[in-house]
Ligand binder design. Structure first.
Ligand code: ATP
Ligand code: MG
Length: 331
C-alpha cells in the first residue's frame, strides 16, 4: 500500500494575554482547520512570550489560559500534536546554532522588531533574536507549511534564508518550509476601529462573562448620529464585527436597518452581543468542563511534548553531526 507523507502544519500561540476574537478568526480557527488536512503541530510559545512578560505568575496563567481556550475552541489533541514550546528545550540549542549562521543585517531589517521598539517595548537581545527562535521552531519540527498572517510573512522569509545559509555551509540538513500567507483573513477591528490587539486594550475576549461581554460590546466607539437619523453601515465597526458571525441575510438586514431611521447604535450592539454570545456557547461549555479537570491539560501537554521530542531529537542529531558538536571525539 502506498503511504503518502502527511503534510505537517505548524502553528504557535503566544501566551502574552487573553485570546480575543481577532486571534480566533485570524489564527485559531484557520489552525484548527489544518488539523483535518494534515498533521498539525501546535504549540504554546512560552519562550517567545518571555521576551515581553517578566512575571512568572502571569506567564503561567497565560500559558494555562491559552491551552484551555484553544482546546475549548476545537483544537483536538487526538488529531494534532499540542505541546508547550519550553517542554522541548532542544529548540533553545538549535536557536544558538542557527544564530551562528544568522547575519545581523537579516535581523536588523525585521519590521516586527522595529514596530515593537516604536511601541515602547524595551529592547533586549531576545527581542532582537526573536526571528531566530521562530526559525528554530519551524526547522526543528520539519514543518512543511506554516500558515501565517501578513504580519508574519517576513519572519518566514528569514527562516528560509537561515535554512538556506545553513544548508549551503553544512549540506542539506533542513527542509525548507513553504510560505502560506493567509490573505483571505482580513484584519479584525477592535472596539476603537483600530486593529484588535491585546496590547491596544481594544479587544473582545473570547470567554468573558455575559455581563462583561455585553459591557465591552456596548463600548464600541460610534459617532453621535441620533436614533431618528439614518446611519452609514459602510464604515461601521459594529457591522464589520457582525459580519464575522452572521449569515449574509442577517448582515443585509442590519445594513438595511442602518439606512432607515428608528434604530439606535444600542440596538445594533445588542444584536451583535447576542450573536457573539450564542456562537461561543458550545465552546464555553467545553471550557467549563476543561476548567473542572486541571490534570487533563498537563496530561495532554505531556503527551504532545513526548511526540514533539521524537521529531526534535532526530533533527538535532543531524544538526549536531553536521556542525561538529556532540558524539565521540576519541578518533
Ligand atoms: P500583541 O498585541 O501582543 O501583538 P495580538 O492580539 O496582536 O497581540 P498576536 O499574539 O500578535 O496577538 O497574534 C496571534 C495571531 O493572531 C497571529 O497569527 C495574528 O496574525 C493573529 N491576529 C492578531 N490580531 C488579529 C486581528 N485583529 N485580526 C486578524 N488576526 C489577528
Ligand atoms: Mg500582534
Amino acid at each position: 500500500m502506498l503511504h503518502l507523507a502527511m503534510v505537517r502544519y505548524l502553528t504557535g500561540f503566544q501566551p502574552t494575554g487573553i485570546l480575543h476574537i481577532g486571534n480566533y478568526f485570524g489564527a485559531l480557527r484557520p489552525a484548527i482547520e489544518t488539523q483535518d488536512k494534515g498533521e498539525g503541530f501546535f504549540f504554546i510559545a512560552d519562550f517567545h512570550a518571555l521576551t515581553t512578560i517578566h512575571d512568572p505568575k502571569i506567564l503561567r496563567e497565560h500559558v494555562r489560559g491559552v491551552a484551555i481556550d484553544t482546546l475549548a475552541c476545537g483544537l483536538d489533541p487526538q488529531k494534532a500534536c499540542f505541546f508547550r514550546q519550553s517542554d522541548v528545550p532542544i529548540v533553545a540549542e538549535l536557536t544558538w546554532i542557527l544564530s551562528c549562521v544568522t547575519p545581523m543585517g537579516l535581523l536588523e531589517r525585521s519590521h516586527s522588531y522595529k514596530e515593537k521598539l516604536a511601541r515602547g517595548i524595551s529592547s533586549s537581545h531576545a527581542l532582537f533574536a526573536y526571528p531566530t527562535l521562530m526559525a528554530a521552531d519551524i526547522l526543528l519540527y520539519e514543518s512543511d507549511v506554516v500558515p501565517v498572517g501578513r504580519d508574519q510573512k517576513q519572519h518566514l522569509e528569514i527562516t528560509r534564508d537561515i535554512a538556506m545559509k545553513f544548508n549551503e555551509l553544512y549540506g542539506p540538513v533542513f527542509k525548507l518550509p513553504e510560505p502560506s500567507i493567509r490573505d483571505d483573513v482580513a484584519t479584525i477591528v477592535g472596539l476603537d476601529g483600530q486593529k484588535m490587539s491585546k496590547s491596544y486594550g481594544n479587544t473582545i475576549e473570547l470567554f468573558s462573562e455575559e455581563k462583561a461581554l455585553r459591557k465591552k460590546i456596548m463600548s464600541i466607539v460610534t459617532d453621535s448620529t441620533p436614533v431618528e437619523a439614518p446611519k452609514d453601515p459602510a464604515n461601521s465597526t459594529i457591522v464589520s464585527l457582525y459580519r464575522l458571525f452572521a449569515t449574509p441575510q442577517q448582515v443585509a438586514a442590519m445594513e438595511e436597518d442602518f439606512r432607515v431611521s428608528g434604530f439606535g447604535y444600542g440596538d445594533f450592539k445588542q444584536r451583535l452581543f447576542e450573536i457573539v454570545w450564542k456562537r461561543f456557547a458550545p465552546m464555553r461549555k467545553r471550557r467549563e468542563e476543561l476548567l473542572k479537570d486541571p490534570g487533563y491539560i498537563d496530561e495532554i501537554l505531556a503527551r504532545g511534548a513526548a511526540r514533539a521530542r521524537e521529531v526534535a531529537e532526530q533533527t538535532i542529531s543531524r544538526v549536531r553531526r553536521a556542525v561538529g558538536i556532540g558524539g565521540r571525539i576519541g578518533g
